[in-house]
Design a protein. Structure first.
Length: 409
């Protein structure tokens, strides 16, 4: 037939090259092109081309959609390529590259790379690999590597290895290996291997085994180690085993100083001082200066006192000397003679420069009667001085006691 205007009911077995402009096909084999109209049910059909303007309440169980506007629900199947589409809800069981995700929930992402965009909230997710170029709040990161963190706040957790951390607030750093902390505050630290520059405000109960402190406030205890330079510090207690130059020592006790040079200051109490160059000694109590030069002595409040006493000395017919006294380092000195015997005696003081040849300097109140006392003060000064004695009457021996008293210079 050429043109059939209207077919009501019946069956058309085969239609080739026909155009149906209106009406209803209850069952059709292959339909090449459908313009307008309504398809109530399509079962087992393949649409190879064309445009479906609106599909309402339809179920597509298989086939290929080359281009689709809004698809409400896709169950199973594979979407090869989605361009410029917006997925408002549902589940993607497997996806290749997703350019932009707005809102919604990603239950699980495995082996994906997110190159850009913003994930507003990630709850209970595990990211096993990939790169986050920018993240807001990340609750827990297990393993993996964070290449760069800018402006982030890590409130808890563990960083196994970190490059540069700008600011750490609170929390505990269990172990830091090979890190450089350029600024900030460590409220509590275990072992710090090396501190370069910076300021340590307070160190309590810490042990610094090595390194350099360029500036320190109060250091309670230093055990071993070497302090190269201490400027403006006050050491209130402890022991310095070896010190270079100490500018000022206030109070305290220096137990032993070996080979040190004290250029200025005050020593309130000192044991043995080997050499003093220049300076002023305000007070020396009970000291012995064995050698050296005192350029100026203002006053000596208490000179040293020397006393030598010999008792029960028996006299003879000739002068007999007592052992000589070295008087070169003495100031005022004299001999006290007490005649305790029954006969008178004669006494005299003899001086010498070489200890071998003596000169009679002063004679006593001769003869000194039995039971009498005499004091002889030498008139001249030489290095050695001695007292000589004899019986005033030949054959009439007596006994004397002699005391030598002197003041040091």
């Amino acid at each position: 037939a050429g043109t059939v205007t209207n077919i009501l009911n019946g069956t058309i077995t085969s239609v080739l090259g026909a155009t149906i402009t209106a009406g209803t096909l209850s069952s059709a084999g292959t339909v090449t092109n459908i313009l307008n109209g309504t398809i109530t049910s399509v079962l087992g059909a393949t649409i190879t081309a064309g445009t479906i303007t609106s599909v309402l309440g339809a179920t597509i169980t298989a086939g290929t959609l080359s281009s689709a506007g809004t698809v409400t629900n896709i169950l199973n199947g594979t979407i090869t390529s989605v361009l410029g589409a917006t997925i408002t809800a549902g589940t993607l069981s497997s996806a290749g590259t997703i350019t932009n995700i707005l809102e919604g929930t990603i239950t699980s992402v495995l082996g994906a790379t997110i190159t850009a965009g913003t994930i507003t909230s990630v709850l209970g997710a595990t990211i096993t690999a990939g790169t986050l170029s920018s993240a807001g709040t990340v609750t827990n990161i297990l393993n993996g590597t964070i290449t760069s963190v800018l402006g982030a706040t890590i409130t808890a957790g563990t960083l196994s290895s970190a490059g540069t951390v700008t600011n750490i607030l609170n929390g505990t750093i269990t172990s830091v290996l090979g890190a450089t902390i350029t600024a900030g505050t460590l409220s509590s630290a275990g072992t710090v291997t090396n501190i370069l520059n910076g300021t340590i405000t307070s160190v309590l109960g810490a042990t610094i085994t090595a390194g350099t402190l360029s500036s320190a406030g109060t250091v309670t205890n230093i055990l071993n180690g070497t302090i190269t330079s201490v400027l403006g510090a006050t050491i209130t207690a402890g022991t310095l085993s070896s010190a270079g130059t100490v500018t000022n020592i206030l109070n305290g006790t220096i137990t032993s100083v070996l080979g040190a040079t004290i250029t200025a200051g005050t020593l309130s109490s000192a044991g043995t001082v080997t050499n003093i160059l220049n300076g002023t000694i305000t007070s020396v109590l009970g000291a012995t200066i064995t050698a050296g030069t005192l350029s100026s002595v203002t006053s000596i409040s208490q000179r040293s006192f020397i006393e030598q006493t010999t008792t029960g000395i028996a006299t003879a017919n000739t002068y007999t000397p007592l052992p000589a006294v070295t008087t070169s380092v003495l100031g005022t000195y004299s001999f006290f003679i007490n005649n305790t015997g029954a006969n008178p005696v004669n006494t005299r003081v003899e001086i010498s420069a070489d200890g071998a040849n003596y000169f009679v300097d002063t004679t006593g109140d001769n003869p000194l009667a039995a039971g009498s006392i005499d004091v002889i003060v030498p008139a001249r000064f030489l290095k050695y001085t001695r007292l000589s004695y004899q019986s005033a009457n030949s054959g009439s021996a007596s006994t004397i006691n002699v005391s030598f008293n002197a003041q040091g210079t």
